[in-house]
Design a protein around this ligand. Sequence first.
Ligand code: FES
Length: 105
Amino acid sequence: MRIKLFESEDKAKEVLEDSHPRLIIASDKEICIVRCGEELFAFQNACAHMGESLHKGNTNFLMEIVCPLHTYRFNMKTGEEAENRCSALKTYSIHRATDGIFIEM
Ligand code: FES
């Protein structure tokens, strides 16, 4: 199932500050979404270690989200933790179309 996130690329850039994680709710799920330049990443908001909210964390130059609680680092594309200390995050595909930007649930 695809859910529309933004009407356009410009709207996404307007709403999502570069490299700043945001929380959205889609299909009753908490999803963390991050825009890094032209790329968009979407993954489960609950940290795979102990469930902290990842939208409260930061990103780094390696395109990782860093959990604010114990600083585990997750690749935002694959969801994998940098040192394999816990399971990977569930990630979601982002689709760009002429009528908007969508997340695949
Ligand atoms: S809860 Fe995220 S690293 Fe521990």
